[in-house]
Design a binder for this molecule. Structure first.
Ligand code: PGA
Length: 251
């Protein structure tokens, strides 16, 4: 039986003072949560702060990107081992903003996925189509290419200690959420594609939905059979919103 996961993606937002207030509220507001894990993926400079604030709590933390390399002359990059030094449990890889703005292709993303797992982190692998791709009815081909890159490089068993996140690009930060059925259809496609390799891996795989998840639509999304939680951008910065979303994921 899969448990649910709600992951906040703070993107490039935050500040020492406001993080403390937000995290205090989230910790208090999600106390006693059952059947769902909560995680905040924060900008690198705040990992130390987040580690010390969240260590004694039930909330996990992680990062939003990682280098595919272990170490070396890669100015500005951060390795998976460095994230492990701050006890990150999760790291997002292949977010559509990384793919679109920083030219990360599916092979690079697969290498980042491997680097994360190599350091004991759980990668949250993002996949998703643009509006043009959806309108051209190539959504499944796009998702398949993004997913297959990881499976081909690492083998299907690499998905055992990982999380998938389906994030239609047209729904990110736009206020346009996929309908529960639209999301469910793609989640089922992903699970079936993994099942073609290994049914056991597919059954256990947590697949999150991301893209304008809010307090007022989380419950109906999370009620779908193949949606195992959410990857939350904007609403993860608003304590009440994020708490309500975490509660919607409770069993
Ligand atoms: P959003 O972002 O919830 O603000 O749409 C989701 C994401 O980019 O992960």
């Amino acid at each position: 039986m899969r448990s649910k996961l709600v992951a906040g993606n703070w993107k490039m937002h935050g500040g020492i003072a406001q993080n403390r207030v937000l995290l205090d509220m989230i910790v208090t507001g999600t106390a006693g949560l059952r059947g769902a894990d909560c995680v905040v993926c924060v900008p690198y400079p705040y990992l130390s702060q987040v580690q010390s604030l969240l260590q004694p709590t039930h909330i996990f933390w992680g990062a939003q990107n990682v280098s595919q390399h272990d170490k070396g002359a890669y100015t500005g990059e951060v390795s998976a081992a460095m994230l492990a030094d701050f006890a990150c449990r999760y790291v997002i890889v292949g977010h559509s903003e990384r793919r679109a703005l920083y030219g990360e292709d599916s092979r690079t993303v697969a290498l980042k996925f491997r680097a994360a797992q190599g350091a004991g982190l759980t990668p949250i692998l993002c996949v998703g189509e643009t509006l043009e791709q959806r309108e051209a009815t190539v959504t499944e081909q796009v998702i398949a290419e993004q997913l297959d890159a990881a499976i081909e490089l690492l083998g299907v068993n690499a998905l055992v200690k990982s999380v998938l996140a389906y994030e239609p690009v047209w729904a990110i930060g736009t206020g346009k959420t996929a309908t529960p059925q639209q999301a469910q259809d793609v989640h089922a496609f992903i699970r079936n594609r993994v099942a073609a390799h290994d049914i056991g891996v597919a059954t256990e795989l947590q697949i999150l939905y991301g893209g304008s998840v809010k307090a007022n639509n989380a419950a109906e999304l999370f009620a779908m059979p193949d949606i195992d939680g959410g990857l939350i951008g904007g609403a993860s910065l608003v304590a009440d919103e994020f708490i309500t979303i975490c509660r919607a994921a409770q069993s």
